[in-house]
Design a protein around this ligand. Structure first.
Ligand code: SAH
Length: 216
């Protein structure tokens, strides 16, 4: 794994692209600029790492488009020290963006092979403040709840109520909801029972599946 001036140059261009698409938060743009996205991809796709597009990461899953990563991160409004739950570890790229912003990241993946592969990568990269779990994200992460921020990186058919309950008061949940295309929901927990919602469209994520998928 090597990060060169060539890659850094490509990242600067990528940041200019997503800035032009409407991402304004400087901290988020800096995080995208600092993380070598090509580390999270197989060699076959490394050349495309700094295009603003989703790419395959195996097992029918994708690393989200950088614009989408930035958009979701911006909606979360990460503050240093926030306790953040990510559902859908995938390549680990989004988790690293959150960690770069100073979050304490708890991330859950349901596919064992992706979980193991990403665990090895994050160990090699020596990224601090990310804890990984192999589990069904529909359950949230009860043993570590509540969270200041919760992010779902797969398409939920309907609003995941269990995750809402694992937010602190004042906490924020960002989740794409819908079947073929998704609307991005940003929910703020105002009290035990009250939530304030904002909706943004349209996005396309892989499905938020049920259950853990272990290798045989
Ligand atoms: N955040 C990831 C995006 C990966 S795509 C990245 O930066 O690369 C979405 C991921 O969600 C996939 O890896 C998929 O296996 C996972 N996923 C889908 N349903 C899930 C569930 N119920 N619990 C945990 N992870 C899930």
């Amino acid at each position: 794994m090597k990060d060169s001036y060539y890659h850094k140059g490509l990242r600067k261009k990528l940041v200019a692209t997503i800035r032009a698409k409407g991402i304004e938060e400087e901290k988020v743009l800096q995080a995208i600029e600092s993380i070598p996205r090509h580390f999270f991809l197989d060699n076959a796709f490394a050349e495309l790492a700094y295009e603003d597009r989703a790419l395959p990461i195996g097992k029918g899953q994708t690393i989200s488009q950088p614009y989408t990563v930035a958009f979701q991160t911006e909606l979360l409004g990460i503050q240093k020290g926030d306790k953040v739950l990510e559902i859908g570890t995938g390549s680990g790229y989004q988790a690293c963006v959150l960690a770069a912003l100073g979050a304490k990241v708890y991330t859950v993946e349901r596919q064992e092979s992706l979980y193991l592969k990403t665990q090895r990568l994050l160990e090699k990269m020596d990224v601090p403040h990310i804890r990984m779990y192999l589990d069904d994200g529909h359950l949230g992460l009860t043993q570590k709840a509540p969270f200041d921020k919760i992010l779902v990186t797969a398409a939920a058919e309907k609003m995941p109520e269990t995750l809402k309950e694992q937010l602190t008061i004042g906490g924020v949940l960002v989740v794409p909801v819908g079947m073929d295309t998704q609307q991005m929901y940003r929910l703020v927990r105002l009290s035990e029972s009250d939530f304030y919602a904002q909706v943004y469209g349209d996005f396309q994520f892989v499905r938020f599946e049920r259950g853990v998928k272990r290798e045989k």
